[in-house]
Design a protein around this ligand. Structure first.
Ligand SMILES: Nc1nc2c(ncn2[C@@H]2O[C@H](COP(=O)(O)OP(=O)(O)OP(=O)(O)O)[C@@H](O)[C@H]2O)c(=O)[nH]1
Ligand SMILES: [Mg+2]
Length: 204
């Protein structure tokens, strides 16, 4: 891996935000940094990797995978393949991966995929991210769409599925509402701690 890009600028460590389309990756980045990343009404609003320079790190807004309105199954597969390839190429630079899931849809989607005999895409990505980087935070977004009691049981289910997928690691999960700016400070602290563990000082 080159230490510098072809302009001679030092390449910063990456914090990548990945997740299915429309789960709120861009909204989460905006809530954390105040940067005006593109937020969409329909899935597929982030169509390519978008890099945001932020102090000692570069934040990467990854396009959503899975369903996107007006997109063929083949195109969806191609997008997924290209996302995986890019992440693999960056693996050594990735200091932290943040997987964003929509807590209000998670268990329903998992049951649907498992019912078809397929590995749910959120779980597949969690496993993949855990293989390429040692620091993964799972953001359970859109908690505002659930009642308090449902949040607790859905988080429990999410934790169970993540543990089952990657047995050697205790998952780090944080329920937030990106658009309503709820629990963002907890997520900020977790990201700061995680980066500190990698030797990077960042104040979000
Ligand atoms: N209710 C609710 N809606 C949210 C929350 N976070 C994001 N949204 C909405 O979800 C939609 C998608 O948000 P984005 O941030 O664009 O999602 P994304 O994951 O970046 O989507 P792609 O770029 O298409 O993959 C927007 O309409 C947001 O306003 C949340 O915490 N609660
Ligand atoms: Mg986006």
């Amino acid at each position: 891996m080159p230490e510098h890009d072809h302009f001679g600028a030092k390449q910063k460590p990456l914090v990548v935000f990945a997740g299915r389309s429309n789960v709120g990756k861009s909204s989460t980045i905006r809530a954390l940094t105040g940067k005006k990343v593109r937020i969409g009404k329909s899935p597929g609003s982030t169509t390519r990797e978008y890099m945001v320079d932020f102090g000692p790190i570069t934040i990467v807004d990854i396009p959503g995978f899975g369903f996107m309105s007006g997109t063929s199954k083949q195109k969806i597969e191609e997008t997924k393949t290209s996302i995986i390839q890019n992440l693999e190429n960056w693996a050594e630079r990735i200091m932290l991966a943040v997987l964003v899931v929509d807590l209000s849809l998670f268990s329903e989607l998992v049951k649907r995929w498992e019912g078809r005999g397929e590995i749910p895409i959120d779980i597949e990505f969690y496993t993949f991210l855990s293989e390429i980087t040692k620091r993964v935070i799972v953001v359970a977004n859109k908690r505002d769409k659930l009642r308090k009691r449902e949040v607790v049981s859905e988080i429990e289910y999410l934790r169970f599925k993540l543990r089952e997928a990657v047995v050697e690691r205790e998952p780090t999960i944080v329920p937030i509402s990106a658009s309503k700016k709820k629990n963002i400070s907890t997520l900020k602290s977790l990201i700061e701690e995680s980066l500190a563990d990698g030797g990077i000082t960042l104040k979000l």
